[in-house]
Design a protein around this ligand. Structure first.
Ligand code: GCU
Length: 561
């Protein structure tokens, strides 16, 4: 729900630091010096980046102080109340009624703070959020990215009221099903006085109720489901799941599937699958803004479905929960990634810790989403022993957090005239080896695809996780003219032919990228003008000629099944 963060001045803030931005902007006494003010003149929509809401914010990198007043009466006096943020880019400092609730770093993962009873008021709560989207060398991502630094409270904000003891986290993971039944393992984590509590896991459509006694720490369970309809891209079957305790009832919709690697193949529910993919940023290009809603998710997923995709690489950071849950219900397989992008400071152990926090938060939110099949720990990180050690520890951490999914990362390739060899040392640790190649855009012309030879040193599935060329929609010329739709079309024709000659590990293709997107690095005034033009769809929603080349390729592959 879109909310206005506007002013309704409050008079109930404590006297301390009257001039502090987290306190009321009304002088408590005539001598108070107040040099801030929350006024209707400056209203920002939340969720939403600030760059797209006011021309003066288009390039703004710095801090913005948000304020919203609200009333809140708890449904039950011994309940607990949390303030939840879907994401804030990049750092959030959160204050309520003059008290600091907490701070969070990381622009694309969810977080929450419990509101102590003594802070929450029934009337006139004064919520202030300081947001800072400045970039720094030792953050994740670092200062150099090929995407717009959209700042702000970019996703939903919610007040969540829970019983004193509630279901805080859970995991349900299908093991390898048989013809007659489906073994399921999982765990439940309660928050509050919980030891000895009875917990039931219910799947009504399967007439299943499994009871366990909570052991005071995340409590595991394993059970055998009767034969279930497996979730897949062709049949995105979701089951209602209820996790119930004496005081709490949590409901979710979960798809049961398995994903695994067998030799050079990726197996979905035991069957080899080819990933007909496309990359996407979290952007609605027609409105030059971050995507954040169900409607936005449907725009992106509908375009991907029109391409006949069954797979999306959500680059280069975890996207909002709406697109993941829509992918669950529509049957779109997902690659989800943390923004360990390009020249991260691999020397600094604190940077590794920040990356691990974002990895943990990404997995924590989506560990029960059937659509997510690959966790990616980064993109195009330049090879060095320090970098490979850094990235390997992220792979190990991801596996520790979630052994049920495949781990990958988008690696770089180094072209050479006679043979392009896929040998990035990080490939030794990932389940799937994925590489970005731009033969015909950053190296040679599209015709160089015809003689290109490819080899991989890894006996693992291979995904071409990026390839693409730029074109300005509506600019038409011969195929040798850079930036024309015809050049991009030719590029895709040559790339598709080259894919037919890839090593037999080739099992997925996610060209770069679904739509043109904003980038401060793309400044050719005629063809780019602040946009990366590798989209198959323009920033006005127009499908370029290359869109139809990729669609034809995917129709052929899908038809071969
Ligand atoms: C790189 C990078 C993308 C970038 C793309 C491009 O592969 O991963 O983030 O936008 O190339 O050059 O357009």
């Amino acid at each position: 729900m879109r909310q206005d963060f506007t002013t309704t001045a409050s008079t109930k803030c404590p006297k301390k630091d009257p001039g502090a931005y987290w306190n009321s902007d009304l002088p408590q006494s005539p001598t108070d010096r107040i040099e801030h003010g929350y006024s209707d003149k400056y209203t920002l929509q939340v969720p939403g980046d600030w760059n797209s809401q006011d021309p003066k914010f288009l390039y703004y990198e710095g801090t913005v102080w948000y304020k919203r007043s609200f009333d809140y009466k708890k449904a039950q006096s011994d309940n607990r109340v949390f303030l939840y943020f879907g994401a804030v880019n990049y750092q959030a400092d959160v204050y309520l009624n003059g008290k600091k609730l907490g701070a969070h770093k990381g622009g694309f993962t969810a977080f929450q703070f419990e509101i102590p009873d003594e802070v929450l008021q029934e009337k006139d709560n004064f919520l202030v959020v300081k947001v800072d989207n400045k970039r720094f060398k030792d953050e994740v991502p670092t200062v150099n990215t090929d995407w717009w630094n959209f700042g702000g409270i970019t996703r939903d904000v919610m007040l969540v009221e829970t019983p004193a003891t509630f279901v805080a986290d859970y995991s349900l993971q299908l093991e390898q099903p048989t013809d007659t039944n489906a073994p399921l393992t999982g765990w439940v984590k309660l928050d509050g006085e919980a030891s000895g509590q009875e917990v039931s896991i219910e799947i009504p459509e399967l007439n299943l109720t499994h009871k366990l006694t909570y052991e005071g720490a995340p409590t595991s369970f394993s059970l055998i489901l009767p034969k279930v309809e497996l979730w897949s891209d062709k049949n995105p079957r979701l089951y209602d799941v209820v996790i119930r305790t004496a005081a709490d009832e949590l409901r979710d919709k979960i798809g049961f599937r398995t994903i695994a690697v067998s030799g050079k193949k990726i197996l979905l529910n035991g069957e080899p699958i080819f990933l007909r993919g496309i990359c996407a940023h979290e952007e609605i290009p027609t409105e030059q803004r971050r995507a954040f809603s169900d409607a936005d998710a449907m725009i992106q997923l509908d375009w991907a479905k029109e391409l006949n995709c069954n797979f999306m690489r959500l680059a280069h950071y975890p996207h909002n929960e709406h697109i993941i849950r829509k992918a669950d219900s529509l049957g779109m397989l997902i690659w989800s990634e943390i923004p360990v992008y390009w020249t991260i400071n691999f020397e600094n152990p604190e940077v590794l810790e920040k990356a691990k926090v974002q990895l943990d938060e990404m997995i924590a939110r989506d560990r029960n989403r059937a659509s997510v099949i690959i966790w990616s720990v980064g993109n195009e990180t330049p090879v060095s022993p320090t970098r490979t050690a850094f990235m390997k520890s992220l792979v190990v951490e991801a596996k520790k957090l979630d052994a049920s999914r495949l781990i990958s990362a988008a690696l770089e390739v180094h072209y050479n005239a006679d043979k392009n060899i896929i040998n990035d040392p990080l490939g030794a640790f990932t389940d799937v080896v994925s590489v970005n190649e731009y033969l015909g855009w950053y190296g040679g012309l599209p015709s160089s695809c015809r003689s290109a030879k490819w080899e991989t040193i890894y006996d693992k599935p291979l995904i071409i996780s990026e390839t693409g060329a730029g074109s300005l929609a509506g600019f038409h010329a011969d195929s040798l003219t850079r930036w024309s739709e015809e050049y991009q079309e030719w590029y895709y024709e040559e790339q598709v032919e080259m894919m037919k000659r890839m090593p037999d590990n080739y099992t997925g293709f996610t060209p770069w990228i679904l739509t043109d997107f904003r980038s401060p690095k793309r400044n050719n005034p005629i063809y780019q003008d602040g946009w990366n033009r590798k989209g198959l769809i323009s920033n006005e929603g127009a499908k370029k000629k290359a869109f139809f080349v990729l669609k034809k390729y995917y129709d052929e592959i899908a038809g071969q099944k």
